[in-house]
Design a protein around this ligand. Structure first.
Ligand SMILES: [Ca+2]
Length: 194
């Protein structure tokens, strides 16, 4: 009797989990359409780029763009995402996100010695480029490796804003200032990875 009851409970609970985990077919289709459209847009605007998985495009050797996964955002929930629950930056990488708290589209780098990489040449998944879009950063390269972040000034040159040593991160650039006291958020145009 007791055992049968437990089985019933287990079935009922698993039924609930399946129901909660399922998403309407229309949402899944809309996600797939959004993802495919963004991947196609980045590939169209980036000669030599190649897709390496559902969400990730290699822009050129050592430079990757990862789309935000709409289904993952729904699953984690806006609050958990806002708390920085899904910071996803592999070891040996420098990662930069569209939004604070390491969410939104991500651009990540793993090659040294390339000088200042121009974000104005990197296609952003929903149009435009990565210039003036970065709002959080994680430096997860080899311990002690420095990365530099730059603004392009009107006269034509790189203005260094600030440097970040591995392991380190800036969770919300709207709360950080450049070394000269000016703003950091939505301002970075160039990055010296290492
Ligand atoms: Ca800028």
């Amino acid at each position: 009797m007791r055992k049968a009851f437990q089985v019933l409970i287990a079935v009922a609970v698993s039924g609930i989990i399946v129901a909660a985990g399922a998403q309407p077919a229309s949402a899944a289709l809309a996600d797939a359409g959004t993802i495919e459209k963004q991947v196609a847009s980045v590939l169209d605007r980036t000669p030599g780029a190649k897709r390496i998985d559902r969400l990730t495009i290699e822009m050129k050797p050592g430079v990757f763009v990862t789309l935000e996964d709409p289904a993952a955002v729904r699953k984690v929930g806006a609050k958990a995402a806002a708390a920085g629950g899904i910071a996803d930056c592999a070891f040996y990488y420098l990662c930069m996100w569209e939004h604070s708290d390491f969410v939104g589209a991500k651009i990540h780098f793993t090659r040294c010695g390339l000088g200042v990489e121009n974000l104005g040449n990197m296609a952003f998944p929903r149009g435009g480029t990565w210039s003036d879009k970065v709002s959080s950063i994680m430096n997860n390269q080899s311990s002690g490796t420095w990365s530099g972040f730059y603004d392009w000034y009107v006269g034509g040159g790189w203005d260094d804003l600030k440097f970040l040593k591995a392991f380190g991160y800036w969770r919300d650039l709207s709360k950080d200032k450049a070394d000269d006291g000016s703003k950091m958020n939505d301002r970075i145009d160039g990055v010296q990875v290492c």
